[in-house]
Design a protein around this ligand. Structure first.
Ligand code: GDP
Ligand code: MG
Length: 626
């Protein structure tokens, strides 16, 4: 094969490898499919195997009279950079054949294995690869000969079966057809011409090869055909003289055979003028040239396929994220960076840049006030309750003027109920803050890559929030407790006036009666009077409780924001960051343990991308090659 083609195909071969031709399961369209295959078609014993062999330049195919090729042989020539050439069968993986006589024997043995030692023909191909520094990547296909009738030992539909099988190979647009017709038979009956016309009516990929020119009847010649006069094809006919059966039997080698062929055309008067355009070597050159044209015409398509694949790979790699740094510093930096990104996203939720933080204010504006309202101080401080409480507190010796114990009891017992809503507000805000952690985690694309780190960040954030909630609860409940443990004195100093306004002159009555009997009577009266007075007491207490409740309604949110929201914004991951600083490389690595599937995918993708890029360079170089 000529040097241009070899270097062109070698460039493509490297691209091929990159594009995953070696049976890669990711199944990108294969370049083998873009590269042409060469198939020989023709009748039985027309010389197909002989022609194929001389193209390869190697004796390895079973040849002979009768039906020798009884299964298709798909032969992949694969260029290797160095080393001894060898052959391998798909059905015998890992067995390297270096002796090509043994290859020929295995082909016929494998044929027999499928068909038995009969004349039966099978459509199941044998796959053979030849690895050599002296070949280019090409697929050659040797096919059983087309027949007209089934012979003894063959099934009835064999004729159609062979034809269909042959057609299935040669109808592929990238198949170059060598239509083999023996010169010693009438071309009008040529099966090769008939079937190749069918699949390639314009003759754009069919080469007519006339064999056995040396076996023509004396007095006849093929000049008319070879000159394209009697039977025109798109490409000129090429006549060849292969080794005869006698040559094969005598093991005449390829080199000697070629020399004799050259001499034949040069020395036969009828063909002398055509000599330069005849023979196996010329056929080889013509095929090379044609392959080159075909391959070059495919290059733009291959180039765009590669660019498209590169773009796809790159975008998937971006989606998968950057690979992990290898040193401890880099790892720590990465952990910090990623955590900071999460922290930032979390803050944005609290700051209203992202949604969700507003729910906190709903707790303060609606939930807390509603909960406080549900405490129903007006019912707690109803007449009956007040009466009962005051009586119980003062017993039979009521302090008629200022039943202080009673007030205290009343107020304390009312205010203490605010603890409930206060605690509930702390918990509600805590739940929202936690929910935002989950939200921010899922929004941090960088964390998706590292499940372990994601778990740790989540854990650390929730732990911080738990701590903040505990602090907040302490502080907020303290506010409530503080309010209930000391009553604002001023508020009650106003009380006597209120009472006088109510028209209850308790002071004067009490002062006037000093006598013990009278005193007892007076006490009874006073008690009755007092009971009517307790309504006023109740409303005074209610007013006070409402006042305190109103101020707690404002200070509870302040405490919660201070202890939880502000703290979450300021120091959610402080503890985590401090812990990270103390970690060793190994621990950091385990933190950055990626999903193994992601890791695998990324490394596969990067490897592929690298190959594609070099393939792209090779193909570009091939495109410029002359
Ligand atoms: P296939 O059945 O089409 O594959 O044909 P083969 O390549 O096996 O050849 C069949 C027989 O024809 C063999 O004995 C070959 O030696 C012989 N043969 C093929 N081509 C030529 C030729 O050009 N000249 C002569 N003399 N014999 C040939
Ligand atoms: Mg054959």
């Amino acid at each position: 094969m000529d040097q241009n083609l070899i270097s062109l195909v070698n460039k493509l071969q490297r691209a091929c490898t990159a594009l995953g031709d070696q049976g890669d399961e990711t199944a990108l369209p294969s370049l083998w499919d873009s590269l042409p295959a060469i198939a020989v078609v023709g009748g039985q014993s027309s010389g197909k195997s002989s022609v194929l062999e001389s193209i390869v330049g190697k004796d390895f195919l079973p040849r002979g009279s009768g039906i020798v090729t009884r299964r298709p042989l798909v032969l992949q020539l694969q260029k290797i950079d160095e080393g001894r050439e060898y052959a391998e069968f798909l059905h015998l993986p890992r067995k390297k054949f270096t002796d090509f006589a043994a290859v020929r024997k295995e082909i016929s043995d494998e044929t027999d294995r499928e068909t038995g030692r009969s004349k039966q023909i099978s459509t199941v191909p044998i796959h053979l690869s030849i690895y050599s520094p002296n070949v280019v990547n090409l697929t050659l296909i040797d096919l059983p000969g087309l027949t007209k009738v089934a012979v003894e030992g063959q099934s009835d539909n064999i004729v159609m079966d062979i034809e269909n099988m042959v057609r299935s190979f040669i109808e592929k647009p990238n198949c170059i057809i060598l239509a083999i017709s023996p010169a010693n038979q009438d071309l009008a009956t040529s099966d090769a011409i008939k079937i190749s016309r069918e699949v390639d009516p314009k003759g754009e990929r069919t080469f007519g090869v006339l064999t056995k020119i040396d076996l023509m009847d004396k007095g006849t010649d093929a000049v008319e055909i070879l000159e394209g006069k009697s039977f025109r094809l798109q490409f000129p006919w090429i006549g060849v003289v292969n080794r005869s059966q006698a040559d094969i039997n005598k093991s005449v080698d390829m080199i000697a055979a070629r020399r004799r062929e050259r001499e034949y055309f040069a020395n036969t008067p009828e063909y002398k003028h055509l000599a330069r355009k005849m023979g196996s070597e010329h056929l080889g050159r013509v095929l090379s040239k044609h392959l080159e044209t075909v391959i070059k015409s495919r290059i733009p398509g291959i180039q765009s396929l590669i660019s498209k694949s590169i773009a796809e790979l790159e975008s998937e790699l971006i989606r998968l994220g950057k690979p992990i740094a290898t040193d401890a510093g880099g790892k720590l930096y990465m952990v910090m960076e990623i955590s900071r990104i999460f922290d930032q996203i979390y803050k944005e939720h609290l700051d209203g840049i992202r949604p969700g933080g507003d729910k906190i204010y709903n707790v303060f504006d609606n939930q807390l006030p509603a909960a406080l309202k549900r405490l129903q101080f007006d019912k707690q401080l109803s007449m009956e309750n007040v009466r009962k409480l005051i009586t119980e507190a003062d017993g039979y010796q009521p302090h008629l003027i200022a039943p202080e114990q009673g007030y205290r009891r009343l107020i304390e017992s009312s205010l203490v109920t605010i603890r409930g809503p206060a605690e509930a507000a702390v918990d509600a805000v805590h739940a929202i803050l936690k929910e935002l952690v989950h939200k921010a985690i899922s929004e941090t694309a960088e964390l998706r890559q590292y499940p372990t780190l994601r778990g740790e960040v989540n854990h650390a954030a929730i732990e911080s929030l738990d701590r903040m909630r505990d602090e907040s609860k302490k502080a907020t409940l303290k506010l409530v407790d503080m309010e209930s443990s000391y009553l604002t004195v001023d508020f009650f100093r106003k009380l006597p006036q209120d009472v006088e306004k109510g028209g209850n002159p308790t002071h004067s009555i009490f002062d006037r009666y000093n006598d013990s009997y009278l005193r007892r009577v007076a006490l009874t009266i006073l008690r009755l009077l007092f009971l009517s007075f307790s309504e006023t007491t109740g409303s005074t207490v209610l007013a006070y409780v409402n006042m305190v409740c109103g101020s707690l309604r404002n200070s509870i949110p302040k405490s919660i924001v201070y202890c939880q929201v502000r703290e979450a914004k300021r120091s959610l991951l402080d503890h985590f960051f401090a812990e990270m600083g103390k970690k060793e490389t190994k621990q950091l690595s385990s933190l950055l343990n990626e999903d193994p599937a992601v890791m695998e995918r990324r490394s596969a993708l990067s490897k592929r991308l690298e190959l594609y890029r070099s393939a792209q360079a090779e193909i570009d170089a091939a495109a410029w090659a002359k």
